[in-house]
Design a protein around this ligand. Structure first.
Ligand code: FMN
Length: 399
């Protein structure tokens, strides 16, 4: 990451999550309530476990904000874990008289086995605590700050569920998505029929002691042309986004634009023809502040060509695997004896695709905020906005 960075700390059942966000400009209006709304969105979704009823995340802004405006210094955030009170013994920072019984049966598909081996630990608990997606609350908090900044540039990011298990909802390019419907949907799905099927599939998996994965899609509108660069591998916007998205727990695949589907098309069918004049549709960056003297007729590229944003909507899809903690556990071994044993089980989610979409929004926001700061610079929001307007208003044909 470049100018806009963040680091997180905290165990899933520890005292809380700490996030430090660095590189945000001064002068950005920011209040805890804005971050809390995003945290709440992450906690929703049909198929989450009972933990979500215990935790109602609320952030405390510790530094970097004064009188509701960022001041340019690192922004420290604290999200307490309400469940901590039940775990104080098990996760005590100081030595205790009687340590908790170690967890010794690694869950296939989780960080357990590789984690204890790597860190030479004799208890899986510390690995579970940090590999848990509780950490993603921190990412959503950092992402909320990035989103707040992007809003000032007219960039908005949404997510919706494309698939849960084998239930699929293919969106039509021609029809704009009703985001209010998505927000109200328990599975963040735009289609009412598909939503019903998805919820029934989750119920079935739950009844069978099983879990389900799926696909979410991210759409960023208002993204200015020129973010990222083709000149070096690590500066490519597509690469930066892919890394951020695949770093989300349980995400196993990332697709940009039409991605894998492009492999079945010929070159003459797969690319987005360039046409003169600004876009007449509501798609793309031209819909907001940027008015380009050209547009693409389609958006198979998902808004990125040559590692650079091309002014169209950025479209990303991510594949989420089924959750690894199963009420009917898979076969594993007991690391103390080497004997075959059922994997460890403790309360868990059944399906996290809708929540993963919200986390995806946060990660995409972080990458786009970083890329905007890199492109437009500035230490104060006014300076960044002046640079941004100056840049986009000077994009023209060569005459
Ligand atoms: C929002 C969200 C919630 C999750 N909840 C659980 C859970 O309750 N139980 C579980 O085993 N895995 C859960 N996961 C997935 C694990 O964190 C993840 O599979 C694990 O860290 C191993 O990493 P990997 O799957 O990326 O290889 C969740 C993931 C997300 C995005």
């Amino acid at each position: 990451m470049g100018q806009f960075r963040f680091i997180t700390a905290g165990e899933s059942h520890g005292k809380g999550l700490v996030t430090i966000v660095e590189g945000m400009v001064a002068g950005l209006p920011l209040e805890a309530e804005y971050i809390n709304k995003e945290l709440k969105r992450r906690q929703q979704g049909y198929g989450r476990g009972p933990r979500m009823e215990i935790e109602q995340d609320k952030v405390e802004i510790i530094s970097g904000v004064r009188y509701g405006l960022t001041i340019g210094s690192p922004i420290a955030l604290f999200i307490p874990n309400r469940d901590w009170q039940n775990w104080q013994e098990q996760l005590s920072v100081t030595p205790v008289d009687k340590e908790a019984e170690p967890i010794t049966r690694p869950r296939p598909g989780h960080a357990d086995l590789a984690g204890v081996t790597k860190y030479s630990l004799k208890d899986i608990r510390p690995i579970m605590e940090r590999a848990s997606a509780r950490e993603t609350a921190s990412r959503v908090a950092a992402g909320a700050i990035a989103k707040r900044f992007l809003e000032e540039l007219g960039i908005v990011i949404h997510s919706h569920t494309i698939a849960i298990g084998t239930c699929h909802c293919e969106r039509s390019e021609a029809i704009s998505i009703n985001w209010q419907r998505v927000e109200a949907s328990p599975v963040r799905c735009v289609d009412a029929e598909a939503e019903k099927e998805m919820m029934a599939a989750i119920d079935k998996a739950k009844a069978e002691g099983d879990t389900l994965g799926g696909i979410f899609e991210l759409i960023a509108t208002g993204v200015p042309i020129s973010l990222g660069s083709h000149v070096s591998w690590e500066r490519r916007l597509d690469g930066r986004i892919a890394q951020a998205i695949i770093s989300i727990n349980a995400v196993k695949g990332v697709e940009i634009g039409s991605g894998f589907a492009l492999t079945k098309l010929k070159g003459s069918q797969a690319h987005d023809v360039i046409e003169p004049g600004p876009s007449s549709s509501l798609r793309g960056a031209s819909a907001t502040k940027q008015s380009l003297p050209w547009h693409h007729a389609t958006n198979y590229a998902g808004g990125i060509e040559g590692g650079i944003s091309n002014g169209e909507e950025i479209i990303i899809r991510a594949a989420v695997k089924p959750i690894a903690t199963l009420a009917k556990p898979l076969s594993s071994i007991d690391l103390r004896s080497g004997e075959v044993a059922k994997a460890h089980y403790e309360r868990s989610d059944i399906c996290v695709v809708p929540a993963a979409g919200v986390i995806g929004e946060a990660m995409l926001a972080i990458i786009l905020a970083d890329a905007c700061l890199e492109k437009f610079g500035g230490d104060n929001l006014k300076e960044t906005l002046a640079n941004y307007h100056n840049y986009i208003s000077h994009i023209s044909l060569w005459r």
